[in-house]
Design a protein around this ligand. Structure first.
Ligand code: IPD
Length: 291
């Protein structure tokens, strides 16, 4: 078996906080660089590489991803880069960067300044035994660093597993609201019929029971809003890993709860709450919260 590539020595200490600080700094620099491009380009005409009825791929998605990829792999050449616009690097690497260069692309394309850069660093966790019925052990990763940057509001959320999440350097905390009638809940809708059928009943049931429902168009920002007490909960079905990997860690490090489930098509269902509302919402939100 080929030897596993090693991370630079800086990351190989034992405490989480010291382990990951250098990686966080590199991710922040990369996120800010992509954010500057997003800010410059928001109001300009955009080159669309691919447009379907419900989705858009911009040349800028690729450009921002390349910018981020270059910085991350230059600092950590032995890691894998797993981005919305494609992946590079050794699939056997023990660390991988999970990146959405522009989360909220449709907002961004229409000049709506609600979009962000999302960067997570994940570490491979070797499962103790193979899952029943499988001949191969399944790769498992845990997010250890998360960065989400909203260049339009100049907001930067950061988290290192085991430490408090931060917004622009200050500690971030989920809300304390425990009553549904006071809750601000964000939902995200994919475009497929099955997804709509899954979440629409929740929409119908929750609307009269919560303060407000919001659909904002950026999964990563919805998660950071839960982490900062702006939203009390967020649920979406049909997300890519890059949409939520960083935001989910930020919610957890801000005292919230996140449940995820991988669907057969490789997309994910994500439910994040401030913790206090997990129980009251269980009746209305679909799995995995109710599992
Ligand atoms: C999308 C956004 C959106 C969510 C979609 C995602 P993208 O990410 O996060 O809020 O509803 O499911 O695909 O495509 O803009 O990076």
């Amino acid at each position: 078996m080929a030897a596993r590539p090693q991370f630079p020595w800086r990351l190989q200490t034992t405490k989480y906080k010291t382990n990951w600080t250098a990686a966080l700094e590199v991710a922040v620099t990369a996120a800010r660089a992509a954010g500057r491009v997003m800010r410059q380009e928001l109001a300009r005409p955009k080159r669309v590489d691919l447009a379907t009825q419900h989705d858009i791929k911009l040349a800028l998605d690729v450009q921002c991803q390349q910018l981020i990829q270059h910085r991350l792999l230059q600092a950590y050449p032995a890691s894998r880069f797993f981005g919305e616009e494609g992946s590079v690097g050794d699939a056997e690497a023990d660390w991988r960067w999970v990146v959405d260069p522009i989360d909220g692309t449709v907002n961004f394309t229409y000049g709506i300044p609600h979009a962000c850069v999302s960067i997570a660093l994940q570490e491979r966790r070797v499962p103790r035994r193979k899952p029943r019925g499988r001949r191969e052990a399944v790769d498992k990763y845990e997010t250890v660093v998360g960065v989400v940057h909203d260049p339009f509001a100049d907001e930067l959320w950061t988290a290192i597993r085991g430490a408090r999440a931060r917004l622009n350097g200050r500690p971030a905390r989920v809300s304390q609201r425990a009553r549904l009638e006071e809750a601000m809940v964000s939902l995200g809708f994919g475009k497929r019929d099955a997804v709509l059928q899954h979440l629409l009943p929740a929409f119908r049931e929750l609307t009269p029971r919560v303060r407000k429902l919001r659909i904002m168009g950026s999964a990563a920002l919805a998660l950071t809003y839960v982490a900062t007490g702006r939203f009390d909960a967020y649920a979406e079905v049909g997300l890519g890993l890059w949409d939520f990997a960083a935001g989910a860690l930020i919610v957890e490090c801000a005292g919230g709860e996140v449940r995820t489930r991988e669907l057969p098509d490789g997309l994910h269902e994500v439910v994040a709450t401030n913790g206090r509302l997990s129980r009251p919402l269980r009746r209305f939100l679909p799995d995995p919260l109710s599992a």
